[in-house]
Design a protein around this ligand. Structure first.
Ligand SMILES: [Zn+2]
Length: 260
């Protein structure tokens, strides 16, 4: 019997959900992961190749989930940053790129990972509550298989195969993305801007929910920079995608709450 059998979590019939977005982008999420931890995975059809940004929590196999979308084409996986809700399945991909500042964290399996909210310390709970998150005792409402134990949950380390930094241009198949270094939520956050379409895949630098700052002065520069970008759509690391008007609103709200 698994050590956490007393949690009585149901077995999910299907772990992931997917939504086809515009521009050849498919959003993959994990609906049984608590909203606090539920991160977005974006699969981008680049013609002869496929771009995968972020890897979810690693509770079930992402590569198996997206096998039909990939259809045998080469995959370039990118870690927007190395927090554990974004990197869980990245070890399943032969090519995985990350910013140098978080390459070690990726290779360490994210430094910290848990499916129990009770494992976060009081300081974190207070911070989360102050910005509007409720972190429950258990961070999933189901398990993927009867054998899955939430207490045995770890992130499989991912060895980066390459690095991405400010000024780089990532070419995947027929599409190219400018790499923006967007620190402040984490030291090595990166966003991918497809200048041809105005699509920004932002990681946790900006999303339409409570933003978590690790370094306020550094994050302020990132928010000011993102606010000034010319974009058509922003795909954030959490929550729903949004347009430039909403990007400006989100950035202005953060700046108003963090005066210099
Ligand atoms: Zn994060």
């Amino acid at each position: 019997m698994p050590a956490d059998a007393h949690d009585h979590l149901p077995v999910a019939g299907r772990w992931f959900s997917r939504v086809a977005l515009d521009g050849g982008v498919t959003l993959i999420t994990e609906p049984h992961v608590d909203p606090f931890l539920r991160a977005n995975v974006f699969v981008v059809d680049c013609g002869s190749e496929v771009l995968v940004v972020d890897g979810g929590c690693g509770i079930a196999s992402l590569s198996a989930e997206i096998e039909d979308l990939v259809a045998g084409r080469p995959v370039t996986a990118v870690a927007s940053h190395a927090h554990y809700d974004h990197i869980g399945s990245l070890h399943e991909f032969a090519v995985c790129l990350v910013h140098p500042a978080e390459a070690a964290s990726l290779a360490n399996g994210g430094d910290f990972a848990t499916l129990r909210g009770t494992d976060f310390d009081e300081v974190f709970h207070a911070m989360a509550a102050s910005i509007g998150y409720h972190v429950p005792d258990i961070l999933v409402d189901a398990v993927p298989t009867p054998e899955f134990s939430i207490d045995a949950y770890v992130i499989t380390p991912t060895t980066p195969t390459g690095l991405l930094d400010e000024g780089d241009v990532l070419v995947v198949g027929a599409r190219s993305f400018a790499v923006l270094h967007t620190p402040g939520h984490s030291p090595g956050g990166i966003a991918l801007l497809e200048r041809a379409t105005g699509m920004l895949i932002a990681g946790d630098a900006v999303y339409d929910g409570p933003l978590i700052d690790d370094d306020v002065p550094v994050y302020r520069r990132t928010i000011e920079r993102l606010r000034a970008l010319d974009v058509s759509v922003v795909h954030g690391g959490h929550d729903a995608s949004f347009d430039q008007r909403r990007l400006v609103e989100i950035c202005d709200a953060w700046l108003a709450a963090h005066p210099t």
